[in-house]
Design a protein around this ligand. Structure first.
Ligand SMILES: [Zn+2]
Ligand SMILES: [Zn+2]
Length: 287
């Protein structure tokens, strides 16, 4: 299928470009200057997030290729037949603009689902477990979430048939912005923050305070939260972050073996929670 082939052709170039890690260093530099909470720059939590970034990146590729047949079937099932690649001959600025907005709407939609659909929250809870937000927290995601988002976020680019420069442009911007909004920086982007998601805006999304739960779901454009009723107007609070679950297996040691062990325990966390809920439901039914 041409659509899937376009997608798979572009993905490895993107995932394997180590230049993109310069972005994380830039954001860490900003933390030194504009931190929300003073703390050692290289914390245990940052080390754990780095391990997730490395593991997901390398687990992700083989899984994606193995699953290619499944996706192909899925796309064929979901999409009406016909030529969707209407943007193929558009000028680059138009491709970039439409590609960015369409992909960003998908970022919002998939994030909403992670918070509101069935057991997906337990999968996404891993991302929210971070109490010490840092640029690499963008990589603290369950591999299931990574694959789910990969399918959804960039489907419009494949569908519209945009060219390689647009793929690179949209993904590079998203990569940069995802690192920036997780940084421990006191920055709401001023007037720009009314249009684009700022570190303060996304920090509120990570807040442990129930008042903020499920708010500020947008990834880049604030407008989606305003359109779909999930906008939180507070532009000043730099909330404490984390999830209200004391049983979550948070990392305590930066020893490489401990970080790997903890990564495995955190990958298993959603299964433990889902099994726990099923057990409770069964118990209630038999009472
Ligand atoms: Zn979330
Ligand atoms: Zn986040």
């Amino acid at each position: 299928m041409e659509l899937l082939q376009t997608y798979l052709d572009h993905l490895p170039h993107y995932l394997l470009s180590w230049k993109l890690y310069g972005v994380a260093l830039l954001c860490l530099g900003l933390e030194v200057l504009f931190f929300v909470r003073s703390r050692p720059l290289f914390s245990v939590e940052l080390a754990q997030d780095f391990v997730f970034g490395a593991l997901n990146r390398w687990l992700f590729l083989p899984l994606l290729f193995v699953s290619a047949a499944v996706y192909e079937g899925l796309y064929a099932l979901v999409l009406p037949p016909g030529d969707w690649q209407i943007a193929r001959d558009w000028p680059l600025p138009a491709q970039l603009l439409v590609g960015f907005v369409a992909a960003d709407l998908m970022v919002y939609a998939s994030h909403w689902m992670l918070h509101n659909v069935g057991s997906l929250w337990h999968v996404h809870a891993m991302h929210h477990s971070q109490r010490n937000l840092n640029p690499l927290t963008t990589h603290r995601t369950h591999i299931v979430q990574d694959i789910f988002e990969e399918i959804v976020h960039y489907l419009p680019l494949a569908l519209l048939g945009v060219g390689y420069p647009t793929w690179v442009g949209v993904r590079a911007f998203n990569w940069f912005w995802a690192h920036l909004i997780h940084a421990n920086v006191r920055w709401n982007l001023g007037p720009v923050g009314r249009v684009l998601v700022s570190p303060q805006y996304h920090r509120l999304h990570h807040s442990i305070d129930p008042e903020h739960h499920g708010r500020n779901l947008a990834g880049r454009l604030v407008i989606w939260d305003k359109m779909f009723g999930t906008y939180h107007p507070d532009r000043e609070t730099y909330a404490e972050t984390g999830i209200p679950d004391d049983s979550y297996p948070l990392e305590t040691s930066a020893h490489p073996a401990a970080l790997l062990k903890q990564a495995a325990r955190q990958y298993l966390y959603p299964l433990r929670r889902i099994a726990g809920e099923r057990g409770t439901a069964r118990l209630q039914r038999t009472r």
